[in-house]
Design a protein around this ligand. Structure first.
Ligand code: FES
Ligand code: FES
Length: 147
């Protein structure tokens, strides 16, 4: 089937099977910030925005993004610069596999006026898993993002 959508403002057309995961489509289109982690909606490594909503790309199938506007971390470099800097400054990145998902989650949270308390940030990060950092540095980095 034919799927048309925009990814980071550019029109993409895919000829794919209906059961193709959006995770695989966007990675094949070169958006490698979208990571293939658990594949079952548990880790948040495959996060991207679909029509302004942060979702897990591993749970979406190609027909669900027909005519949609997709935005990945590649398309939000300027908007997430302060968050990425804070992650680097506070040592919130180790292997980096989970980082794009955490950065997008933090961006979504902060741009909706999320409270900068440890408790609220931990709750907001509930759908993102990190196997390396123990979360302390990630929470600290988000608390200290320069606005
Ligand atoms: S790969 Fe999608 S949530 Fe883990
Ligand atoms: S930094 Fe390695 S999984 Fe999070």
């Amino acid at each position: 089937m034919q799927i048309t959508c925009t990814i980071n403002g550019k029109i993409h057309r895919f000829d794919c099977a209906p059961e193709t995961r959006v995770l695989d489509l966007v990675r094949d289109a070169g958006m490698t910030s979208v990571k293939a982690g658990c594949g079952e909606g548990e880790c948040g490594a495959c996060s991207l925005f679909v029509n302004g909503r942060l979702v897990n790309a591993c749970l979406l199938l190609a027909p669900q993004i027909h005519d949609a506007e997709i935005v990945t971390l590649e398309g939000l470099q300027e908007e997430t610069a302060a968050i990425r800097e804070s992650f680097a400054e506070h040592g919130a990145v180790q292997c980096g596999f989970c980082t794009p998902g955490f950065v997008l989650r933090a961006y979504d949270y902060l741009s909706h006026g999320g409270e900068r308390s440890e408790e609220a940030i931990r709750a907001a990060l509930d759908g993102n898993l990190c196997r390396c950092t123990g979360y302390k540095k990630i929470v600290e980095a988000i608390t200290k993002v320069k606005s």
